[in-house]
Design a protein around this ligand. Structure first.
Ligand SMILES: [Zn+2]
Length: 68
């Protein structure tokens, strides 16, 4: 996983159960459904933490934005 230092610090504060829930609710634009995502990158975008990964079903890029 490639996280920016800032993104890693925020992600580290997220409880394990919440992390699992967040990663299980990524929206895949290819499947047009909520899918489990394989996390690859994390970065800060304005006031949001962007989790970037791949759809666990089709491999399409999935971005999950979380308010921080
Ligand atoms: Zn997919």
């Amino acid at each position: 996983m490639t996280f920016t230092t800032e993104a890693q610090a925020i992600w580290d504060q997220v409880p394990e159960a919440t992390r699992v829930r967040l990663l299980d609710s990524g929206f895949c634009a290819h499947c047009l459904a909520t899918r489990h995502m394989e996390l690859a990158e994390g970065e800060i975008r304005g006031k949001e933490l962007a989790l970037i990964g791949k759809c666990g079903t089709c491999g399409h890029r999935v971005v999950r934005l979380i308010e921080i």
